[in-house]
Design a binder for this molecule. Structure first.
Ligand code: ATP
Length: 439
């Protein structure tokens, strides 16, 4: 993305080009209503930042300088759709289903079944104590801009009335965006909300921006505040980073700044982690159904962490059950994969079948080219699909009484195929003959 300076402070043309037809049509309804009610309405934050960088995001935050909830209700009253409210935050979501959109003549792409718009009342925030969730009060737009994390996220576009598309830049965001700088709004910003320590790195590395020296200097004294953040808030920030294209360089930077160690001392980012992570994510493209980027990212990152440390990291971050299982299984397999070397395929399958498939996939992506990786590859691509031609039905036809012998015979046949002891259906039938005689 590259910044392109607006020729004037009105971005209506750029905005018009950036919106999809349905977003544009919906926004027109909203701006008309705001104009009728003489209610100042703005798009604020990431969407404006990315619009100026030439890569508009798909969702936008709409800020009403006034009451958002009655405004959303009046939209629903006039045009239909439903409103969901979150009164504690003074926010409202307007949901329009396909039928309503059709009735309003809003073009929808095939897969759109519902469109939603979020409205927030402009507000000021204060923090009762560091890392607390903020106390929220209605305020002017300027208060709302001042509660934000970085100057580049404080840009706003006016949407109502004659000033449609007018850029509002109260806090020097445009200048910082142009210079490629990430800057907090005040010296206590990281102390108030330590999640910004993660966000500052995410925004800087995403765009190749610099963190200003003054902002960088505030980081060390804010690190202890990370301890005050809940597991969910830290994990959410790390999840967002793992979804980023430049996740590896962001995590490296978090380690260099002492941010990872402040989350948990066992959370490291080594040179070998970097290699495994980057190569593993790239190789996952070749898989038909790879684990999600987030799950794979966590797993590649933590694969060489010894189990006791992994358990401790888990205690800090509270991974959900599926991810926890993946992390533990993948790190155990990564540490123990050598023990499979030289074993017959049937033995390897017996071991690997006990491990979640995603963990085997993750470890195969993590290993450098080697016989160990080939073995996991063979398991994933071929061995785990091997089945004998014979079925339980066939055994029944042969007059065998259903019971544990079925399982044992079928497993025996499968192992014979895997280990190359039978290679044709005739050979399988001959083996089956022998096995059924023994029963
Ligand atoms: P992206 O989705 O690209 O990360 P975004 O800017 O849309 O960018 P969101 O997390 O959706 O990010 O936040 C929306 C806006 O809310 C931000 O642009 C910022 O102005 C504000 N914001 C989000 N988190 C914080 C925070 N921790 N402190 C202050 N302001 C924040």
């Amino acid at each position: 993305m590259t910044f392109s300076h607006p020729a004037d402070s009105n971005l209506s043309t750029r905005l018009g080009q950036a919106l999809t037809p349905e977003q544009g049509a919906l926004l027109r309804l909203v701006t008309d209503e705001a104009s009728r009610r003489q209610l100042p309405l703005y798009i604020v934050g990431g969407f404006v930042r990315d619009l100026l960088l030439g890569c508009p995001a798909t969702d936008f935050d709409l800020v009403v300088e006034g009451e958002a909830i009655p405004f959303a209700h009046s939209l629903a009253g006039n045009y239909g759709g439903k409103v969901t409210i979150h009164s504690r935050f003074g926010t409202a979501t307007w949901n329009l289903d396909g039928g309503t959109l059709n009735r309003l003549g809003i073009p929808t792409v095939e897969h759109t079944s519902v469109l939603t718009l979020d409205f927030v009342s402009s507000r000021s925030e204060t923090y009762k104590h560091p890392a607390a969730l903020p106390t929220v009060k209605h305020g002017k737009l300027t208060d709302d801009l001042q509660r934000r994390d970085f100057t580049i996220n404080t840009l706003a576009l006016r949407l109502d009335g004659e000033v449609f598309g007018e850029l509002r830049d109260d806090l020097g965001g445009l200048d910082d965006l142009q210079k490629g700088l990430v800057r907090v709004l005040h010296p206590l910003s990281f102390i108030d909300d330590p999640t910004r320590l993660f966000r500052v790195v995410r925004y800087a590395d995403r765009q190749g921006f610099q963190i200003t020296p003054e902002t960088l200097a505030l980081i060390p004294e804010a690190l202890p505040g990370i301890d005050l953040l809940s597991a969910e808030r830290v994990r959410h920030e790390l999840d967002l980073i793992l979804e980023e294209e430049k996740a590896a360089s962001m995590l490296k930077r978090l380690a260099e700044l002492g941010i990872l160690a402040a989350v948990h001392p066992a959370l490291k980012w080594k040179h070998s982690t970097q290699t495994r992570f980057v190569k593993g994510l790239a190789a996952a493209q070749g898989f038909e159904r790879p684990p999600s980027r987030r799950m794979l990212g966590w797993s590649l990152w933590l694969m060489d962490v010894p189990h006791p440390d992994l358990e401790n990291i888990e205690k800090r971050l509270h991974f959900e059950a599926g991810l926890r299982e993946l992390l533990l299984a993948a790190s155990a397999l990564f540490a123990g994969v050598n023990s499979l070397a030289g074993k017959k395929p049937s033995r390897c399958v017996a071991v690997l079948d006990q491990i979640p498939l995603k963990a085997v996939q993750a470890v195969s992506l993590a290993l450098p080219a080697s016989p160990r990786r080939q073995l996991l590859h063979d398991y994933l691509e071929t061995w785990r699909h091997v089945k004998p031609r014979t079925t339980g039905h066939d055994l029944k036809k042969r007059g065998l009484t259903p019971g544990p012998a079925y399982k044992s015979i079928l497993r025996h046949l499968c192992e014979a195929w895997l280990d190359g002891e039978v290679m044709t259906v005739d050979e399988e039938m001959a083996l089956l003959e022998k096995l059924t005689k023994k029963v």
